[in-house]
Write a protein that binds this ligand. Structure first.
Ligand SMILES: Nc1nc2c(ncn2[C@@H]2O[C@H](COP(=O)(O)OP(=O)(O)OP(=O)(O)O)[C@@H](O)[C@H]2O)c(=O)[nH]1
Ligand SMILES: [Mg+2]
Length: 377
């Protein structure tokens, strides 16, 4: 073994105590909440070796810049800036996978989650009595008093649905506040959906009862600064997630949304066909061609808005994407007709042959759109 020279030994940095906890905070337009949250964590986590990882989706308000500036003063702070991607679930997954500590917590930036519970949550995990600790609004001592009537109703409905359909035992599977053993999370990560808002539900459902879970009550507060990112799309993402998990991941959330958009396309097609035929009195062949073009365009717009909203095409890329989508769907139509014809030739009833063709078309369009139109950068 070679001895280090005294000069080198003197400059050697003392190893810092091993990290116990990584706090992952997804952010989108939360610049004014970054430092207040950090100060609250500092006050709550005395005696614990911790770090905080803000995962920002290139917020237009420059949240990532505020995080970087804080990180230059505070070594506990880390920043992941994601470009060309959007989505709460994906941000949380990336943050946990980047964590250095054996335990990772996820909490919102806007101070709605109670950071004073983190110590208790960590103690439960460190003692080995749980793999997952959920900050829960729906166990005794917890509350969601800041919810208005409508949001309370939606939250209760979604919670009941998830618990009944997916047989999830957790009282608050929609919570955005939880702490998990990182090794267990890494086992589940490849099966998690990066889309959507409900990462905890995905984790619990994917774990299929294998995660020993404890719930800790907390009161969901009011947002400090900034605006809510909850919108009606969150409900659709949620239903897609429940269906995906119910089908044992045979159907992905994205495929469900793609197929849903495709079914609206059938409606758009027939509506346009009717209007061009009956109102504009055009020949059938022209009317059918116009209807197909309108349906493909509406499918493209909806998919860009909904199915691929985490990778939404913008500016000139929309035009390029639309042309590629026409091409993909054109070949998809050939595949559809080819398969339907082959099945029909086997003397199988017309509607089964038609369904086989349609299924082939959807699967083809989905696979090729993912590869060529909304390909990951
Ligand atoms: N990185 C990233 N973070 C997000 C995204 N959408 C939301 N967030 C963050 O996720 C957390 C939860 O979002 P909120 O808008 O607070 O949702 P909520 O708490 O259910 O709704 P409010 O009660 O209205 O605040 C916040 O810290 C957001 O900044 C996203 O697309 N990407
Ligand atoms: Mg919030």
């Amino acid at each position: 073994m070679t001895q280090a020279s005294p000069a080198v030994a003197e400059t050697r940095v003392q190893p810092s105590p091993a990290l116990q906890l990584s706090v992952v905070v997804p952010t989108f337009n939360e610049r004014d909440n970054i430092e207040p949250l950090f100060r609250k964590l500092e006050a709550a986590l005395g005696g614990i070796a911790w770090e905080v990882i803000y995962v920002d989706d290139n917020s237009p308000d420059g949240t990532w810049r505020v995080v970087r500036e804080l990180a230059s003063r505070e070594p506990r702070v880390r920043c992941i800036r994601r470009i060309g991607r959007r989505g709460l679930a994906g941000a949380c997954i990336e943050g946990i996978l980047a964590a250095s500590a054996p335990f990772a917590a996820v909490m919102d930036a806007d101070l709605q989650h109670d950071e004073t519970r983190l110590g208790q949550m960590l103690a439960l995990l460190e003692s080995g009595s749980a793999d997952l600790v959920v900050g829960s609004r729906y166990v005794e001592g917890g509350s969601a008093a800041s919810f208005d009537k409508q949001r309370a109703g939606f939250s209760a409905l979604a919670t009941t649905l998830a618990r009944q359909v997916l047989k999830v035992e957790v009282a608050d599977p929609m919570s955005g506040f939880f702490m998990i053993r990182r090794d267990r999370f890494e086992q589940l990560a490849p099966q998690l959906s990066t889309q959507g808002f409900k990462i905890l539900l995905d984790v619990v459902a994917t774990g299929r009862g294998s995660l020993r879970t404890v719930e800790v009550p907390y009161s969901f507060g009011s947002r400090l600064h900034g605006e809510s990112k909850l919108d009606s799309m969150v409900a659709l993402d949620f239903l897609g997630l429940v269906l995906a998990k119910y089908s044992n991941d045979i159907l992905s959330l994205r495929f469900i949304l793609f197929a849903l958009v495709g079914s609206t396309g059938v409606f758009v097609h027939f509506l346009t066909l009717f209007v061009v035929l009956k109102v504009f009195d055009q020949p059938f062949a022209e009317a059918q061609a116009v209807a197909a073009l309108v349906a493909m365009t509406s499918n493209f717009i909806l998919n860009n808005f909904l199915t691929y909203r985490d990778q939404r095409l913008k500016g000139f890329a929309i035009l390029r994407g639309l042309l590629l989508f026409y091409l993909v769907c054109g070949v998809g139509l050939l595949a559809n007709v080819g398969v339907a014809f082959a099945v029909y030739n086997e003397h199988i009833t017309w509607w089964l042959a038609g369904a086989a063709g349609a299924l082939m078309g959807v699967v083809w369009n989905y696979a090729m759109s993912g590869l060529f139109v909304w390909r990951k950068r």
